[in-house]
Design a protein around this ligand. Structure first.
Ligand code: IMP
Length: 517
């Protein structure tokens, strides 16, 4: 006889409907606040976004991209951070490669950049080689070649020719101090809009910021500033660098974590398909003892005992999901897991109980099974603080796989579609990486497929964010705190779902503009 039999079947996001609240005049679509915490805090109750303590990791938009080879490299993390979300770099790769991806995100600074610097004696050949490796070509030249040396000039890719000047030095080709536009740090005072005005007036594309005694402090680039000014939701750290998460496995964390932290990772995610384990407790204890100042998200779990185990061992946030992923075969293969909406409901209940007992609010992230935009706010309404998605983000240009053309024959007609390859971390393809996520065994738990190509993330994200805000405004919720406090949800029957779509007319989807997207 089993220890417990639960007779109520599990539910998915599509099984729930939100009942509308009152639309309030003061809650406009644009005023809906999507800020959400993903690290725990001491409190007797859940707090509004404005009340959150300063040391809490707050996202400006409640979506994270999954740590998967086919989803999150540095390009995805940068573009998602621009919209207020968070990318989590995958760990199914060598440690130095993951650390490089993290460093690439941190280097791509919104606003004030700590640039690579050269001395006047460095040869143009060395600088050109550095440019080829790093992909950028503007370098301040300081007297001693150190980042905080006295600024004496600036060298850009336009200042030399690779055919004629390779034997010369930076001093021979750089623009001298008098030809530059530069500003004192106490004049700019961290004000990007002011820096932008000076750059716009000067016709220059970049500007060094120096101290009163001429030492280099930072560089600002027009392109970065303009991006920043257009993206008020950007998720940046105290130095205005984009925030990024990094995944670790439960085997090589003692070597991996130090490298990721050194590269600038803002938050660590323990990546496991079954996180209620001795291995994960070991990793959490290591992090607590060795890197107590870096927040850590534990998971994945779907049971109350799993929640307790990870939180008691130091996890600052819990990731929920076993089996809902679009590429996942775990449930089918092992008959193990939990329907995702039910998992969120149960873990939210456990979290509320923990809050009452211990006075600690532990955020929960719903990971997997986000198919359409509506799943995002249903997950939030059920109690999630944020959602993580793989397939949803794999569709965009910024995911690592190359866009390809799928050719097929349908109803005897040739048919082509633009797609992006998408595969699970537990698929055979991902497992070619030596540290198998799913594995003490060689069993796979995921498949490989393709998802429809959806263009640039930065073109679609404003619409996606707008749809989340519109749903919240329609329900009368000003922020995720109010959604948690006031949402009323009702189970939906199969016939209700049919009724809720265009029905009993002909031609919807063919002649009309029917699309929920
Ligand atoms: P999706 O958003 O529905 O595509 O699900 C993505 C999530 O599925 C990831 O964040 C992981 O938690 C999970 N996942 C990733 N790879 C695999 C796999 O190979 N098998 C099972 N689950 C996976």
């Amino acid at each position: 006889m089993a220890k417990q039999i639960i007779w109520e079947p599990g539910t998915t996001f599509k099984d729930w409907l939100l009942l509308p609240g009152r639309i309030r005049r003061e809650v406009t679509v644009d005023s809906v606040d999507l800020r959400t915490p993903i690290t725990s805090y001491f409190s007797k109750e859940e707090l509004t976004p404005d009340q959150l303590p300063e040391d809490v990791f707050v996202m400006n938009m409640p979506m994270l991209s999954a740590p998967m080879q086919s989803v999150t490299g540095s390009d995805m993390a940068i573009e998602l951070a621009k919209t207020g979300g968070l990318g989590v770099i995958f760990c199914s790769q060598p440690i130095d490669e993951e650390a490089r991806m993290v460093a690439d995100v941190k280097k791509y600074k919104a606003g004030f950049v700590t640039p690579d610097v050269f001395s006047p004696q460095t040869t143009i050949a060395e600088i050109a080689a550095h440019t080829r490796k790093k992909g950028y070509s503007t370098f301040p030249i300081t007297d001693d070649g150190k980042p905080d040396g006295v600024l004496i000039g600036l060298l850009t890719g336009k200042d030399y020719s690779e055919t004629r000047h390779m034997h010369l030095t930076a001093a021979d080709r750089m623009k001298q101090l008098g030809e530059l536009v530069a500003s004192y740090e106490d004049e700019i005072g961290g004000d990007l809009a002011k820096a932008n005005e000076i750059l716009e007036d000067s016709h220059h594309g970049s500007m060094p910021i120096v101290s009163r005694d001429g030492r280099l402090k930072a560089m600002v680039f027009k392109r970065d500033i303009q991006h920043h000014l257009q993206n008020p939701l950007e998720l940046v750290d105290s130095e205005k660098r984009y925030r990024v998460g990094a995944a670790i496995n439960t085997h090589d964390y003692a070597e991996r974590v130090p490298e990721l932290v050194a590269a600038g990772a803002d938050i660590i995610f323990i990546d496991s398909s079954q996180g209620f384990s001795d291995y994960q407790e070991g990793a959490l204890r290591f992090l607590k003892e060795t890197f107590s100042n870096i927040p850590v998200v534990g998971g994945n779990i779907v049971t109350e005992e799993g929640f307790d185990s990870l939180v008691n061992n130091g996890a600052h946030c819990i990731k929920i999901g076993m089996g809902p992923g679009s590429i996942c075969t775990t449930r089918e293969k092992y008959r193990m897991g939990r329907a995702q909406a039910t998992a969120v409901i149960k873990l939210n209940e456990r979290r509320q109980q923990y809050l009452k007992e211990k006075g600690v609010y532990v955020p929960i992230i719903a990971d997997g099974g986000i198919v359409t935009n509506d799943d995002v706010w249903v997950a939030l309404a059920l109690g999630a603080d944020a959602v993580m998605a793989g397939r949803f983000f794999a569709r965009f240009d910024e995911s690592p796989p190359k866009r390809t053309e799928l050719r097929a024959v349908r109803d005897g007609m040739p048919y082509t579609a633009d797609v992006k390859p998408y595969w699970g971390e537990g698929s055979e393809r991902a497992q070619k990486w030596r540290e198998k996520r799913y594995g003490q065994s060689n069993e796979t738990e995921g498949v490989e497929g393709a998802v429809p190509y959806a263009g640039h993330l930065n073109e679609s994200m404003p619409r996606i964010i707008n749809s989340i805000r519109t749903a919240m405004q329609k329900g009368g919720f000003r922020n995720i705190y109010e959604l948690h406090a006031n949402a009323v949800l009702e189970r939906e029957s199969e016939s209700s779902r049919t009724e809720g779509r265009p029905h009993d007319i002909s031609g919807s989807g063919v002649w009309s503009n029917y699309s929920v997207w």
